[in-house]
Design a binder for this molecule. Structure first.
Ligand SMILES: Cc1cc2nc3c(=O)[nH]c(=O)nc-3n(C[C@H](O)[C@H](O)[C@H](O)COP(=O)(O)OP(=O)(O)OC[C@H]3O[C@@H](n4cnc5c(N)ncnc54)[C@H](O)[C@@H]3O)c2cc1C
Length: 562
């Protein structure tokens, strides 16, 4: 007997359908955006890699782009989010285990990220363009799945912080930098590769970590590198299966930073206990937990009482990764919107060719390219911190970029979703995931206002950072009348910083727009002029697509993923 197809969509046509069960043919519906090369199909990304000093990485980025854009790889991102992590606090016999179980796809993505060096390559293989090569790879990986990027980023970012404590660094860095993913719930001593998390936020304050109440009691001798027992709680601890955490706690001499492993060196469980997992609107594949520290053993990192200054080394790096992550979200949303509109017709014509839609798509593409271009510019600065200008640019540019790019992403995701229409709202589309992921980067690692305060702090403490900003933007002088006027007005308004906080949002928005415009001009990007026209000349409130005098078709063509 001939086997019947499993469902009616498998091109099955009954020769005779007496019951009228074949109701219609599916037409005018796009095919999924899969099996593209996320590197090759992204002109702006390829140019930035070449321009910012990582051309040597192009062949391996091409290979990774093909892998990341494949249907099979994209499916890992879907499954890791469809099957959220689950917590077992105890085993069935009542022993404390604090075990979070993840779907195999989450582990597959973690393994791939670590094998690609996203958690460490600029530290383990430093060279010209190392941060750029990593950022480009991370940008592609995050388009596939953002949640698992959290422990990858924290592991990457922990390195500058741990280096401030050489004895601990010597012990931990070889395993942090190793390209080995070992998810087992066993002591770090039994592993060849480890991951690192961070725990600062408490119930009474996340931005204001000085309000932390967790205490660190000396276990013997006191001071940097010495052992303490920590008692208290942490309200947000993401990726709680990391092998160790950088934790803030009040030592006798003030708020200090500690390295707290999941297991003690004697092989017993360190009492950093997971109380529950958060139920989050997005970032679902990543477990974020509430924890209690019941005498958890930890070692002081950096000077006593200088916990914030020590951990800020880590936070600066995570903020850079927020720029990468949010830029990646915008790129994927733009790709999905353009690809859908390329295949979907309404009123007799493809959406992509209908002027209102072309303008919306072009505007989404401009926003995404500006974000990625600025991110890569800061990546180059990270690669060249020995240069005073680049170092100052890292300090101010990371705060500005984190503030702006992460804040632009939710609105961008929504507009891209609307381009797809009703199907964009469906859970089996990638859009709800992009949409729900979008606000997260703006909140953690310093929310919007906190970034504005940090920008003010950086400028007040080191006016050289503002000089570097204006030198950077000034390098594009004469290329765009809009940018020149923008910069002159901004310079004037930044002369007196006394009431910066009250004007902070306005000033930080303008700082960001100037930096993005300059980055696009410097990159000779074809979207630079449209950016200036739509974002510098006209700063009134408007929706995506309110572009005039711009060659929208050319911009959409450049951004099209296939
Ligand atoms: C998914 C997720 C995962 C997280 N994972 C971790 C983790 O692994 N480790 C960790 O330590 N934390 C983590 N966090 C916590 C995160 O860092 C905090 O939520 C964040 O720092 C904000 O702190 P808060 O929630 O206490 O808000 P608050 O500090 O109460 O801030 C609320 C709002 O007030 C604003 N604000 C604060 N101060 C000022 C001011 N002076 N002037 C004007 N406005 C101000 C903020 O910008 C914010 O918008 C995570 C958060 C999320 C959402």
């Amino acid at each position: 007997m001939t086997a019947l197809p499993q469902n009616r969509h498998d091109n099955f046509r009954a020769p005779f359908d007496p019951y009228g069960a074949v109701t219609h043919e599916v037409t005018n519906q796009p095919v999924e955006l899969t099996d593209t090369n996320l590197f090759d199909s992204d002109a702006a990304l390829k140019e930035s890699v070449r321009r910012e000093g990582a051309d040597w990485a192009t062949p391996s980025l091409e290979a990774f782009g093909a892998r990341a854009g494949s249907a099979e790889y994209l499916e890992q991102g879907v499954l890791a989010n469809k099957n959220p992590p689950e917590l077992d606090t105890h085993d069935r016999y009542g022993r404390r285990i604090d075990l979070v179980r993840f779907h195999p796809s989450y582990h597959a993505l973690m393994k791939a990220s670590i094998e690609e060096g996203l958690h460490s390559s600029p530290w383990s293989d430093p060279r010209e363009g190392a941060h750029i090569a990593r950022a480009a790879r991370s940008y592609m990986q995050t388009q596939v799945e953002a949640g698992h990027g959290c422990p990858i980023t924290m592991t990457f970012a922990s390195v500058p912080c741990l280096r401030t404590q050489p004895d601990l660094a010597e012990q931990w860095l070889p395993k942090i930098e190793a390209r080995v993913y070992d998810p087992r719930n066993v002591p770090a001593g039994e592993k060849a590769g480890v991951t690192i998390g961070m725990a600062m936020t408490e119930k009474q304050g996340g931005s204001d970590v000085r309000a932390n109440t967790t205490r660190a009691i000396p276990a013997g001798a006191e001071g940097p590198g010495k052992a303490y027992e920590l008692v208290g709680h942490k309200y947000f601890v993401s990726a709680p299966m990391c092998d160790a955490f950088l934790v803030l706690a009040q030592a006798p001499g003030g708020l200090s930073c500690f390295l707290v492993p999941r297991w003690r060196p004697d092989g017993t469980k360190n009492p950093l206990q997971i109380v529950r997992l958060k139920r989050k609107m997005g970032n679902v594949s990543n477990a974020s937990s509430e924890t209690e520290l019941r005498g958890a053993l930890g070692w002081m990192v950096g000077p006593e009482g200088r916990g914030v200054a020590t951990i800020i080394e880590m936070v600066a790096m995570t903020r850079f990764d927020c720029m990468i992550g949010s830029s990646a979200g915008m790129r994927m949303a733009t790709s999905q919107a353009i690809d859908h509109c390329r295949q979907r017709k309404a009123f007799g014509a493809y959406l992509i060719d209908q002027p209102l839609m072309t303008a919306v798509l072009a505007d989404l593409a401009i926003e995404a390219e500006a974000a990625m271009t600025l991110t890569m510019r800061i990546g180059r600065a990270l690669d060249n911190r020995h240069d005073a200008h680049e170092d100052a640019l890292v300090r101010l540019g990371t705060a500005i970029g984190k503030y702006w790019i992460c804040k632009r992403t939710p609105g961008h995701a929504y507009e891209a979703l609307e381009c797809i229409g009703g199907s964009g709202v469906m859970e089996d589309s990638p859009m709800p995931r992009l949409y729900r992921e979008a606000p997260v980067n703006a909140i953690w690692e310093g929310s919007g206002n906190v970034q504005c305060l940090d920008i003010a702090r950086a400028i007040r403490r080191s006016p050289a950072t503002l000089d570097a900003y204006f030198a950077e933007v000034g390098a594009a002088k004469g290329e765009s009348a809009a940018l020149d006027a923008h910069t002159a007005a901004l310079k004037n308004d930044m002369r007196d910083l006394d009431d910066f906080e009250a004007r902070g949002r306005d000033l930080c928005d303008r700082l960001a727009l100037g930096l993005e415009a300059a980055a696009l001009i410097r990159a000779a990007s074809p979207v630079a002029e449209a950016f200036g026209r739509s974002r510098l000349e006209s700063r009134s409130v408007h929706n995506y697509g309110a572009l005039t005098g711009v060659d929208c078709k050319a911009i959409v063509k450049r951004a099209a993923p296939r």
